[in-house]
Write a protein that binds this ligand. Structure first.
Ligand SMILES: N[C@@H](CCC(=O)N[C@@H](CS)C(=O)NCC(=O)O)C(=O)O
Length: 207
């Protein structure tokens, strides 16, 4: 059976759990990252030298990087609705997945570490304010896109891009920051909330 290592509070682990729910595949989830299961454990570092979660083990194969894992699982299940086979359709999904992992995550990281994780290394108010402004600016880009598609990130159909962006949207709403009104993002959140996988692993009370 597919094995997933990582703590349930991690946004990147929750992506994989949500994809497993969309694919209706069972996975054995090991809460790695606390207690006896430390990320600095040499056995864990042998799986992922970055010491980060998620990691999956699938019949002897090991993978890390959450978006790559999501693409692998969708492709393994031949779910072209989630990850199209045609080059342009696939690139559109990957474009938004890359944007989430690079641009959007970078924007919110400082504010989130300060305001939600209460990290002692993230206490500079100027950096917090700048991060919130950047986070909101990126969410406004998403809002414009969703206003144009009227449904999901890449168009009328749900895809892997919506899993990774959906978790970020949940985080934006669940974090104690000043947010502008973004009606298309709010409608998108409601649309995603119709999905059992998002309710279980996305808007489940965790930021
Ligand atoms: N780019 C990586 C980032 C992985 C990552 O940053 N994971 C965090 C949890 S969301 C982590 O393992 N942090 C170390 C820790 O929890 O101690 C991915 O998408 O998988």
């Amino acid at each position: 059976m597919l094995e997933l290592l990582g703590r349930s509070s991690s946004i990147n682990v929750r992506k994989v759990l949500w994809v497993c729910a969309e694919l209706n595949i069972a996975c054995q989830h090991v809460e790695w990252g606390s207690g006896d299961f430390q990320l600095s454990d040499p056995a864990f570092l042998a799986l992922n030298p970055n010491g980060l979660v998620p990691v999956i083990r699938d019949e002897g194969a090991v993978l890390w990087e959450s978006n790559t894992i999501c693409r692998y699982l969708a492709a393994r299940a031949a779910r072209e609705d989630l990850l199209p086979a045609n080059p342009l359709g696939r690139a559109k999904v990957e474009q938004w997945m890359d944007w989430q992992a690079t641009e959007l995550n970078t924007a919110w990281r400082y504010a989130f570490m300060a305001l939600v994780r209460k990290s002692p290394a993230h206490t500079d108010q100027t950096s917090i304010d700048s991060s919130v402004r950047s986070w909101n600016r990126h969410m406004a880009i998403l809002d414009q896109t969703l206003a144009a598609t009227g449904a999901y990130v890449t168009g009328p159909a749900f895809s892997l891009a919506d899993v990774v962006i959906g978790l970020s949207v949940n985080r934006w709403f669940a974090s104690p920051i000043d947010r502008p009104e973004l009606p298309s993002v709010a409608a998108y959140f409601e649309r995603l909330s119709q999905r059992a996988g998002f309710r279980a692993h996305g808007c489940n009370g965790l930021p």
